[in-house]
Write a protein that binds this ligand. Structure first.
Ligand SMILES: [Zn+2]
Length: 374
């Protein structure tokens, strides 16, 4: 996730916030300033509620940061590389460069976040307990409650929640098989997501539409994330040990940039099985890509005097991979024009290309192989 605002580095890890994190602060400030605190500690001035709202909004962001940093620092201690810690609209996210090496490391890393939240909750409750009745006490109690919810909710045992990672680590250590643990944790996440969605509908029906709606949205989000995790892990494993060379369409028909569209159609396109063509310059380097659609978009009367070069002008150059690259890299970014995922270049020349169709075929072949995972 891109960081709009950089706070600095903690143990070498860049810590920052995406602008969407302002949404949480705004929500908290408005909720506390306009009602929650006035109900909990009536009689104080309006200004006191809004000031407390801002302070608690910022403290909640600090709590989210502490939760993520607990993940990040524990991960580092367990030998994992951490890319960044970022706050955004749905809380915090820690991005890792690699996966946990051991089940114990995975359990410790996943549990550290909720542990930090529960610790902060206890701290805030203790502060609230010693304060006299009033706005600061109500504010501290509210912060304590939020951290408690954050800690407990994240411990629900289903991927993608922290509890799901804990479950994954435990299953991994029990089965000694990561793939089986993947499937178990993701399935559990899917079940929890659906259960939360169902509970949300029940709450809407018998109690409060607003609280229920929140549960429905969160549950649905978790179920969706668990499902896409099942799919992406299957895909990743399907491509494990596969190189770009194994996936690519070798020596594809190319579109020389200097030809006219009509020239390209006559000499290349009409005799080809491809629907997308890498465009190359005089030196053989890839400049872009044209598809049958982009050729059809050129009016018939202009095909004789429009050069292929003009069609790729302003186009971002295609992704370039080498034949020995890991095919799993193809999953990182979506396809572009005509379903082209990447152009394969060897010694400066285009020797292959990979389309969605190539990738789909490889994934399906992997699933058909004996002992297919999941
Ligand atoms: Zn967490």
């Amino acid at each position: 996730m891109r960081q709009t605002l950089r706070f600095g580095r903690v143990a070498g890890i860049p810590v920052g916030a995406h602008w969407s994190a302002l949404g949480i602060v705004a929500l908290v400030v408005v909720a506390l300033g306009s009602g929650v605190l006035a109900t909990a500690a009536p009689g104080a001035g309006r200004t006191a509620y809004w000031v407390a709202g801002v302070v608690i909004g910022l403290l909640l962001m600090a709590s989210l940061l502490a939760h993520e940093l607990a993940h990040a620092l524990t991960a580092k201690r367990c030998g994992m590389e951490v890319e960044s810690v970022t706050l955004w609209a749905l809380g915090g996210v820690t991005e890792f460069r690699d996966e946990a090496r051991t089940p114990a490391g995975e359990v410790a890393t996943a549990a550290a976040g909720p542990a930090a939240s529960l610790l902060l909750s206890g701290l805030a409750f203790a502060v609230a307990a010693v304060l006299p009745p009033g706005v600061p006490r109500a504010a501290a109690a509210w912060l304590a409650m939020m951290n408690l919810i954050l800690g407990v909710f994240n411990l629900l045992p289903g991927s993608p929640l922290d509890g799901g990672r804990v479950l994954h680590g435990l299953l991994w250590s029990r089965y000694g098989d990561r793939a089986r643990a993947d499937a178990g944790a993701a399935r559990s996440g899917y079940g929890i997501g659906l259960a939360l969605t169902f509970a949300g509908f029940m709450v809407i029906w018998v109690w409060s539409p607003l609280g229920g709606m929140w549960l429905v949205i969160t549950g649905w989000y978790i179920a969706g994330a668990a499902r896409s995790e099942i799919l992406s892990r299957t895909a990743r494993r399907g491509l494990g040990g596969v190189s770009v060379r194994d996936v690519m369409t070798a020596t594809p028909d190319l579109a020389p940039a200097w030809l006219t569209v009509q020239g390209l159609v006559d000499t290349v396109v009409l005799g080809s099985h491809q629907s997308v063509f890498p465009v190359v310059g005089f030196d053989g380097a890839p400049l872009g890509v044209v598809s049958l659609e982009s050729l059809l978009a050129v009016p018939a009367e202009r095909r004789a005097d429009t050069r292929v070069e003009a069609l790729v002008m302003g186009q971002k150059p295609p992704r370039v991979l080498s034949p020995d690259d890991d095919a799993a890299a193809l999953l990182e970014r979506p396809s572009r024009t005509g379903g082209l995922r990447a152009v394969v270049v060897e010694g400066g020349l285009v020797t292959g290309m990979i389309t969605d169709a190539d990738l789909g075929r490889t994934l399906q072949q992997a699933l058909l192989r004996p002992a297919a995972p999941v």
